[in-house]
Each structure stands twice: as structure tokens, then as C-alpha cells.
Design a protein around this ligand. Structure first.
Ligand SMILES: Nc1ncnc2c1ncn2[C@@H]1O[C@H](COP(=O)(O)OP(=O)(O)OP(=O)(O)O)[C@@H](O)[C@H]1O
Ligand SMILES: [Mg+2]
Length: 247
């Protein structure tokens, strides 16, 4: 469904992605793991057309998309839930969902989508008229995901959905992602929460400084002592790396 080959993205003269190749098959939940600054967000932005790759190709359902406009890419069925949610805090919950459905012309289809999104997130219908900025962190994340689902994407890109949430809410968000996946949504998930992400993913890629360093299933990556010791055992992963010992 999605295939990146040798993708290189620059910010000015600085190369952020050094030949990234990865693929997502229809129905899969694939995760990209990596530390701060590894290039995770840049991969998602490059897929969405927000930043253009200098080299390499990106295909979505056999169509080349690496130099298309972001709006055309959205229309093809790729939706992004950006880092730090980026909801519109001054608008109501309902208005935020409306913004997500900006391409929908028919009122009936719009109402149908609202219904579907609120069936995934009942809290959003209860809070419809509340100003989005006053929602809790977890509710804001649900709104950000709900907003992206308004266009019924074929592929959902999630950028660190668990960031800044309490352990209880992190668990809840991962359960929601797992349920979305079960309901048939193909997902590319970017995370630093290694244990949670790999547990629900079909396949994982480990990214270091703009390069794919390793890839495999949970079990395969778990076997990689290199990942645990050299990569996941460093810095902010010290605490989390302990999680690798038990599933
Ligand atoms: N707009 C920009 N201009 C210049 N450099 C940038 C820009 N955005 C990102 N970078 C650089 O590109 C590299 C990759 O950044 P990116 O945001 O993709 O990392 P990340 O893996 O998402 O990190 P984090 O986990 O902190 O969100 C970093 O070195 C970052 O400083
Ligand atoms: Mg990021």
C-alpha cells in the first residue's frame, strides 16, 4: 500500500533522512521507533507532502506521490495525526471535527462520519460544544485522531500519540489504536514508547539519525541485543528498556 525507497529529505543543507526505505501493507499496523531527533516526524511529513524528498520515491497504492501537494495526498486517503495533537483550541470539539471533514461536500455523509467517529470516541459527542483547548490531554488526543478519521483514510499516520499522557491514558490510547486497527484501518505509528507500540504492531522499524537501523517483528527485535543495549538502553530509554524483559 505504501512504499518508500531510498528517501532523502533535507532541511536546507542538513540531511534529515538518509535513504529511508520502508513499506506498509494494507491492513497492517507498522511502527517506527526512534529517539528524539531521529527523523520520525520528518518521515511522516515527507509522506504527506509537507516536506519534499530530494531523492528517492514514495508510492501509495502503486501511484507515485513524492512530489504531490499535501491536499492531493489527503484526497488519496492518507491522514496525519500530527505531533502534539495540534487541535484548534479556540474551536469547539464539533468544529474541530468539521475541520477534519473539510473535503466532505454532502451533509449526509458528513453526519455519517461524525457518527462513526463518535462511536469510536463517545466522549467527543458528550463534549461536542466544549472548547477543545479545555479538554484533558487524553481527550485532545482522541479528538486529534477523530478529526483525522473524518475523511475515512485508507492510511492513518500517527505521530507519537502517547506523548505527555499519564500511564493510564497511554494504555487507553494504545487500546484505541489497537481497536482502530482491528476495525480495518491501516496504520503507520511513530512512537518512543517501544514496548507498547511493538506489542500492538505487526512490524517495526528502528530509526537512528535518519537511517533505518533495524526492522522486524516484536520477537525479532526483542532478540536483537544490539537494540536493547546500544540503542534502547541509552538516554531516555534506560527506564523503558526494562520493559523489554517482559511482555
Ligand atoms: N523545520 C526544520 N528545520 C531544520 N531542521 C529541522 C526541521 N525539522 C526538523 N529538523 C531536524 O531534523 C532532524 C529530525 O527531526 P524530526 O522532527 O523528524 O525528529 P523526530 O524523530 O520526530 O524527533 P522527536 O522524537 O523529538 O519528535 C532533527 O535533527 C531536527 O532538528
Ligand atoms: Mg517528532
Amino acid at each position: 500500500m505504501l512504499k518508500l525507497v531510498g528517501v532523502e529529505t533535507f532541511y536546507g543543507k542538513i540531511k534529515a533522512l538518509h535513504g529511508v526505505s520502508l513499506s506498509v501493507e494494507e491492513g497492517q499496523l507498522v511502527c517506527i521507533l526512534g529517539a528524539n531527533g531521529a527523523g520520525k516526524t520528518t518521515i511522516l511529513k515527507t509522506i504527506c507532502g509537507i516536506t519534499e524528498p530530494e531523492y528517492g520515491t514514495i508510492h501509495f497504492n502503486d501511484e507515485r506521490i513524492d512530489h504531490k501537494d499535501p491536499e492531493d495526498i489527503i484526497k488519496m486517503g492518507i491522514s496525519l495525526v500530527p505531533e502534539n495533537r495540534r487541535i484548534f483550541p479556540e474551536l469547539s470539539v464539533y468544529e474541530n471535527l468539521m475541520m477534519g471533514g473539510f473535503l466532505i461536500k454532502e451533509k449526509e455523509l458528513f453526519e455519517e462520519r461524525i457518527e462513526r467517529v463518535t462511536s469510536h470516541f463517545p466522549i467527543l459527542s458528550k463534549r461536542g460544544s466544549q472548547r477543545a483547548g479545555t479538554l484533558s490531554g487524553g481527550e485532545q488526543q482522541m479528538l486529534a485522531i477523530g478529526r483525522a478519521l473524518m475523511l475515512d483514510p485508507k492510511l492513518l499516520l500517527l505521530d507519537e500519540p502517547s506523548l505527555g499522557l499519564s500511564p493510564k491514558l497511554v494504555k487507553e490510547i494504545f487500546t484505541i489504536i489497537k481497536d482502530l486497527h482491528k476495525s480495518g484501518v491501516t496504520i503507520l505509528l511513530v512512537e518512543q514508547n517501544v514496548n507498547h507500540a511493538l506489542r500492538i504492531a505487526d512490524y517495526g522499524y528502528v530509526l537512528t539519525t535518519g537511517k533505518i537501523f533495524l526492522s522486524g517483528t516484536y520477537e525479532e527485535l526483542l532478540d536483537e541485543e544490539k537494540v536493547r543495549e546500544q540503542y534502547l538502553g541509552e538516554g531516555k530509554y534506560v527506564r523503558r528498556s526494562k520493559l523489554w524483559s517482559g511482555r
